[in-house]
Structures are given as C-alpha cells and as structure tokens.
Design a protein around this ligand. Sequence first.
Ligand code: NAI
Ligand code: AKG
Length: 527
Amino acid sequence: MTKPKVLISDKMDPNAARIFEERGCDVDVITGQTPEELLKIIGQYDGLAIRSSTTVTKEILDAATNLKVIGRAGIGVDNVDIPYASSKGVVVMNTPFGNSITTAEHAIAMIFALARQIPEADASTQAGKWEKSRFMGVEVTGKILGLIGAGNIGSIVASRAQGVRMKVIAYDPFLTEDRAIELGIEKVDLDGLLARADFISLHTPLTDQTRNILSAENLAKTKSGVRIVNCARGGLIDEAALKEGLESGHIAGAALDVFAKEPAKESPLFGTPNFICTPHLGASTDEAQVNVALQVAEQLSDYLVNGGVTNALNMPSLSAEEAPKLRPYMELAENLGSLVGQLAHGNLPKISIEVEGAAAQLNQKPITAAVLAGLMRRYSDTVNMVNAPYLARERGMEVREIRNEKEGIYHTLVRVTVATTQGDRSVAGTLFGSAAPRLVEIFGVGIEADLKGNMLYIVNEDAPGFIGRIGSLLGENGINIGTFHLGRRDAGGEAVLLLSVDQPIPQDVVAAASALEGVKTVTALVF
Ligand SMILES: NC(=O)C1=CN([C@@H]2O[C@H](COP(=O)(O)OP(=O)(O)OC[C@H]3O[C@@H](n4cnc5c(N)ncnc54)[C@H](O)[C@@H]3O)[C@@H](O)[C@H]2O)C=CC1
Ligand SMILES: O=C(O)CCC(=O)C(=O)O
C-alpha cells in the first residue's frame, strides 16, 4: 500500500512531522508559499496540515484532487472554505483544546497590560523618561468583565478572572443557565453587557453572526472608560470605530491580538493613545504549539491510515472505542443506501433512517452519513460520508433520523425508507454475529442476502419454472451465479429474486431477463 502524503504548509512544531512519519505517512514541510505556489503542488497530497497563514480557498480545493483531510493545528477555521471542502468530500479537523489555556492566559495578560499600561510604561521607562505620574492605572478587583462568547476559552478566562476577584458576566446565546451557574457567571444579553462591563473580552469564532459584533453602534453603547480585549478574530470589531472611541476617550484602552487583515504590518490603530497589540500571539506558547502539532498529526494520520475521525467539523466523529462497533453498521448502512439509490426511481424528497434494538445504542450520525453516501452514489461517483449530507441538503432532501430502542424480530436493525412517487419504499438490514451485514427486507418482502459485488434484482410472478428459466439465461451468457436468495409476499403473488453473480451483467442480458415470462422488473445492481 502506498503511504498517504501530507503537506505541512505553515510553521508548526517539528513534533508534527515526526508523528506523521511514525504513523505511516510521507510528509513534506513547505512553509511560506504564495497561493500560486501552493496551487501547483497541492494535487499530490492526501492531507494538509495548517495553522492560520495558509488560506484554503475554492481554487486550492479544486486543485487538490487527492486531498482527503485538512487539519488546523489550532481552533479557528475561518481560513478554510468548509462548505466547499465538504462539497468536495474533504474532512476538515481542528484541535479544539490544545491552545485554549494559552489563549485565555493571553487575554488575561492583555487585561492587566491595559489596566496598568504596562507596554507604554515599559517603553517610556526604557526611553529614560521615568513618567511616574503619567501611568495611573486601575485595579481589576471588583470590576465587571464582560465576555462575548463563553465556550472553551471564554470559560477559562472567566475562571482566571474570578481568581483576581473580577465579577464575570457573559453574552453567549448558546450558554445554558446551568452552565453559567457552574461557571459562576451571570448570563446577560448583549446590550446589558455593553452597558455594564468595565472590561470586555471577545471569545467567539468569526461567523456571519459574530462579524462586527462590536460595531460602531455597539461600541457607542459601552460604558464610558471601558477597556476592550480581542484575542479571538479581527473581524469581530469595527477597527475604525474603535480608533474613534479611543481618541475621544470614551474607550479607555484596547488590546488587540488579532486584526481584520493579517499580517497587520500597518494599521490606522497603530500609535492611537491607549492602544496596544500583539501579532496574533494568542496561541504562541511552547506548550500550546506542541499540543496542537501533536494533535493535528495524530488526527490526520489516524484518518488517513485507519479511517478514525476526531474533531472533524464537517463529519460525525468516530472515537477509537466506537469505530470497531460502528464499522459493520456503516458498511450495512452504505449498502442499504446504495440499494435504495439503485432501485428507487425519480426524485427522492425524503429519507428516514431508523435504528432499532442494539443499533439504537450507538452514535447514529455516522450511520446516517453512510446511508446518504450509499444513496448519493446514484448522482455522483465522488461522494463519500463527508459530502453526502451536504449533497442531500443541496438537493432539498429531508433527512429524518429515528431511534427505536426496543428490539423487534432482529436484535439490531437499520431501516432506510425513501418517499417516492409510488409511495414509501423501505429496505432493512441487520448484523449477524454483531459483524456480518445482511439485508433482511426489501420493499416489504423478507429476504436474506449479502449485498456484495454484482447482483441482479428481479420481481416476478411467483410461478413454477421461473428459476430454471433465469438460470439458463445467465448460463447461456456465461454468467455464473454465486448466491441465490428468494422472497415473496404471498404464495402465487409477487416474488423477489436476488442473485449474486461473478461477472458484471450486460444491458442486453438485463433486457432478455425482463422479457422472460412472468417478469415484472429486472435491475442489475453493483455494491
Ligand atoms: N488569538 C489566537 O491565537 C486564538 C484565537 N482563537 C479564537 O478564539 C475563538 C474561540 O475559541 P473557543 O473558545 O475554543 O471556541 P468555542 O467554540 O469553545 O467557543 C466559542 C463560543 O462562542 C459562542 N458564540 C457563537 N456565536 C456567538 C454569538 N453570535 N454571540 C456570542 N457568542 C457566540 C459559542 O456559543 C461558544 O460558546 C476561536 O474560534 C478562534 O477564532 C482561538 C485560539 C487562539
Ligand atoms: O496558530 C496560531 O498561531 C493561531 C491560533 C488561532 O488563531 C486559533 O487556534 O484559532
């Protein structure tokens, strides 16, 4: 087997390259490339490991014909076009915890730097000025810290700020009351935070909802003398309005680690009174960089070598414990999706995926993604578990998941039902011995079969002599039958025949089978 090839395109702790090699990948470290240079070489790689300098655009993804996974050694993934990566079937992963303590500590350092004007006082003192009366500070004890975003980093900032006796309030629409109580913080709305906070610290991702969250209008609502820290993303603050607020004195200080445009080698904010900044150093400690480099290399190589999925942003995760249990279900689910996709005609506006018995104890997301991958193969050869849910959404397909913990006839069952113009059509399968996937029902007819290789699905009138006729036809055409499965609704009614054969079935043989007496439909299937 050829080794997967990985490119590390941003500066990263050398442990990343070592881990890739140890885990069976070939790795190139080529940093500081222009987009044009990256475009020329990206086609040869299966994996791409980045930090924030590489921007993964549509053009890069179009050129990345072998790419299977992108790993961000860090948290923010606003430099990756995730919807487009998903449509291309490329998994995008990040390392959500490796640098969060470090970044929270940077925010706390910025709060103190603002409160005591440490950078300006340092520069003045080293310039021989000894301006003792110029640098009057404020205590942080008893002050209100307003967090915008109280996820991983925000909650660490909260605990550190409480340690220095600040009162913490937070605006985060996804923060539950219970979690706020657990963190010892007060959940508020944005206007409440703007009106009350002495210090504001931002800790949200950059999204369409958070972009410009500290707009000119919102900055005007802040308390006079507020100090603002941003160690999250540049686009969260209107930089021009921030400058005006600093110049008017309404804002007593601002500390930015991040800018709307990076690298920020020039900015109108530079030189503004009470403005301090760092060059996106939030994650820059020895500890955090080792953490994220190790994690990204472990996650990417696990995916490329073993198919394990951890911290993916566009695909359900599959932990090391879950993976062996779920793998046979995913095979079953993909085959059931593929069967429905090959048999059902016309547009399929709705699909429901039901897990029953033992299957209902498992993480259903990978099972759903596998069904959709099998089904979507009717539209595209390049579909996989990453882009299948995306393609289903794009086609307006409604996907329903049903979980039924009660065992039925089988100890475990996956049922896939699609809405067609002729009504609902459903197929179901189980696992024999917990690992061997088997079809057990096809469109209301009980039948037991392995879905593998080339198969022929025939619906015919249940009458004597038919099996002989189909056997002869296949034999005359040099097609060897492997397995033979029969099912029927009622004696003398409609019967179903599912054959596995050793050769692909040519269209003229399908046509000849369709013309046999008593035959209703014939479909050649491939799994
Ligand atoms: N300066 C640096 O070097 C670093 C910056 N970061 C940035 O920090 C951000 C936050 O990281 P984590 O705390 O780990 O992420 P997280 O996902 O754990 O937390 C983000 C929080 O923002 C909240 N949120 C989402 N939309 C919101 C909205 N419209 N208004 C208010 N809150 C909203 C979420 O509910 C969540 O609780 C990252 O997305 C990244 O951009 C992360 C690491 C280093
Ligand atoms: O890689 C870096 O230095 C920046 C880290 C960061 O911004 C993030 O993890 O979101």
